[in-house]
Design a protein around this ligand. Sequence first.
Ligand code: HEM
Length: 182
Amino acid sequence: MTIRPASTDWNALAKFFHWSIVVLLLVQGIVALLMDGFPREMRSTVMMLHKSTGVLILLLAIARVAWRLLSKAPPALPEVSAANRLLAHLGHLALYLLLFAVPLSGFLMSAYGGRAVDFYGLFTLPTFVATNESLGEVMHQIHEPLFFALVLLASAHMAAALYHHFVKRDATLTRMLPGGRC
Ligand code: HEM
């Protein structure tokens, strides 16, 4: 039994944004969870890399949404029911919101605390906001729960993609894969 090739792929830039953000989020999540295990003298460098990668993810998310609005998404596969399409749309919308909320809360945690982000040691980003310890604390409180919500939702999203591929045997996953056929 072969999996039916996609009739219409996601375009190359949409795939690039999707998979580069997935890889960066994975690295970012693993490094963040292991942060306390790094030797004390390495922590400020690791934190600088964590913040810089967070900003990079935010910039990629902005570019991704801009591209998504400018370019056409492939038409829904006819075999996917209207109810499932709606569910997928709502899930994608929530993923986009969390994709912004997680790095933005991290950035604002630093900015409200008066700590500017040194972007990979290349240059210092403006903080954009005035120092505000209580708002900084709010960002600190929500950053990790938002990250876990993203992990949870992304896991359900991944499970749905694998269900389409291995159980329904449709082209949902292949048309999002690099090198997938049009
Ligand atoms: C942190 C991880 C992930 C995030 C944040 C994420 C986010 C998204 C978003 C927002 C979309 C909607 C695209 C749009 O309509 O503009 C999407 C589509 C898609 N994602 Fe992911 N994704 C992640 C991981 C994965 C993984 C691991 C897989 C595969 C196993 C996957 C497979 C897909 C597929 C197949 C689509 C296209 C769905 C369709 O054609 O309706 N994603 N993803």
